[in-house]
Design a protein around this ligand. Structure first.
Ligand code: ATP
Ligand code: MG
Length: 418
């Protein structure tokens, strides 16, 4: 049976582009807003301010990385009606920096302001069940499907799981990130135990796939449906968290890169998406020379794997997010340097003795082509994303050598063997 296609969702169109540096009749400067004050919001704010926009951030955390650098900061819950009304009043258009913003909040904002991405697209990305249904519906046009899976929402569903899905990974349908809310299971008994451990919330069970590699693609789509994208980047995860991104010619077989890029553009277009979208893929070992592509998940926002664009491209993923939101032109970005991104987790701030220390920035910053980005988080914790280091250069071998030096200085994993 062929799946029912999902009808395109058109968010409210902005009547005309919102140009930076303009002042409305009420005397308010052109202002862009973002739901969420994490590092992605912070880098959006930086990109918007560089163009001359004022910015507003809404986040419940008084110490949010984006809140520190924004013109306006509204410290309320994401569903606080007063906070949302204030954000709408301050902004000409609003985006989001993470997928778990309540979709109703985006709907409420969209009643009076252009909001991109729209609530419906974010709603799909925040629920693995809806997301997988979207990938299946898109598969014939995108040319890529997702891992075989089953929805686990009852004990009967556990019993009905086909043997072919075992061993597998049980993932909560909502609120998972950085490998959280995931349990690897081998047998049906383990599946039942794992689902109980996850408090029997709705989940998906995915077949455990033989991964050769992972990659992701970032696209930006404008209000009129125009699409631009970056070449796929190859990603290495350590303990379920992105550790390294390789972004250069030859980072993966070109046939796969082409397919991943086309599939991502198709996934964005079929949902009527506006804004920056990242789609993650697995390259699985199917016995063929290069392996086969499988779509993993999508993020309705810029993505950690796209941070290299800040230093290696003539427009970053955050610049494109600003352009798409404000209805500005979306010229195709050009990568001018090969790049490797190293994620900097809070673990780096702790020595073998468990004592906190400052990583050796003196040595790292002496490396040619090293671009350090710290997010202004005051407290380091294991697994917490504190910043990233982009290494750029004129040639791939040089970038790889410098990245290895940086990894050795900082004691980072993830570069070896890839
Ligand atoms: P994030 O949002 O940080 O990207 P997440 O918590 O949403 O991560 P996934 O992307 O679903 O989680 O999975 C995290 C990692 O676990 C993947 O990047 C991959 O390395 C591994 N993984 C996930 N699903 C599978 C699978 N079906 N087979 C093999 N490995 C998998
Ligand atoms: Mg992921």
């Amino acid at each position: 049976m062929s799946p029912t296609p999902i009808s395109p969702i058109s968010p409210t169109l902005p009547v005309s582009p919102i140009f930076p540096g303009t002042v409305s009749a009420s005397g308010q400067p052109a202002t862009l807003g973002v739901m969420g004050g994490g590092q992605l919001g912070r880098m959006f704010v930086h990109a918007a301010q560089r163009l001359g926009y004022f910015t507003a951030v809404l986040d419940p955390d008084p110490h949010s990385p984006a809140g520190y650098v924004s013109h306006h900061f509204i410290q309320t819950a994401y569903d606080d009606a007063t906070g949302l009304a204030q954000l709408a009043a301050q902004c000409d258009a609003i985006t989001t920096e993470f997928e778990n913003v309540p979709a109703q909040a985006l709907t409420a904002l969209a009643a009076t302001r252009p909001v991109a991405p729209g609530a419906a697209a974010v709603g799909i990305a925040q629920d693995r069940i809806a997301e997988k249904a979207h990938f299946v519906a898109c598969a014939s046009a995108s040319g890529v499907s997702c891992a075989p899976y089953a929805v686990i929402d009852s004990a009967a569903a556990v019993q009905a799981v086909p043997d072919a899905l075992l061993p597998g990974i049980l993932k909560t349908a909502r609120l998972g990130y950085d490998g959280k809310g995931q349990v690897r299971i081998k047998t049906r008994d383990e599946l039942l135990a794992a689902w109980t451990e996850l408090k029997q919330v709705p989940c998906v069970l995915e077949q455990l796939l033989p991964l050769k590699a992972e990659c992701s693609v970032i696209v930006a789509r404008g209000w009129a449906g125009e699409v631009v994208s970056f070449a796929p980047q190859r990603n290495v995860h350590v303990d379920g968290i992105l550790a390294v991104t390789h972004a250069y010619e030859g980072n993966m077989p070109s046939s796969l890169a082409k397919r991943a890029r086309a599939a991502t553009e198709s996934i964005a277009s079929q949902i009527g998406y506006v804004g920056v979208l990242c789609v993650e893929f697995f390259v699985i070992d199917d016995g063929s020379e290069h392996g086969a592509l499988v779509v993993n998940e999508m993020a309705p926002r810029p993505h950690n794997s796209g941070h290299y664009t800040l230093d290696a491209c003539d427009a970053s993923q955050f610049d494109l997010q600003v352009h798409a939101l404000a209805g500005l032109p979306l010229p195709a970005p050009r990568q001018h340097s090969p790049a490797i991104m190293l994620n900097l987790l809070g673990d780096l701030w702790f020595g073998a003795d468990g004592q906190q220390h400052t990583p050796n920035w003196q040595a790292v910053l002496a490396l040619p082509g090293a671009h350090l980005h710290l997010y202004g988080k005051l407290h380091a914790r294991a697994g917490r994303k504190m910043g990233h280091l982009n290494i750029t250069g004129t040639d791939v071998a040089g970038v790889q050598a410098t990245a290895r030096q940086a990894a050795t200085i900082l004691g980072l994993q993830g570069l070896e063997g890839h």
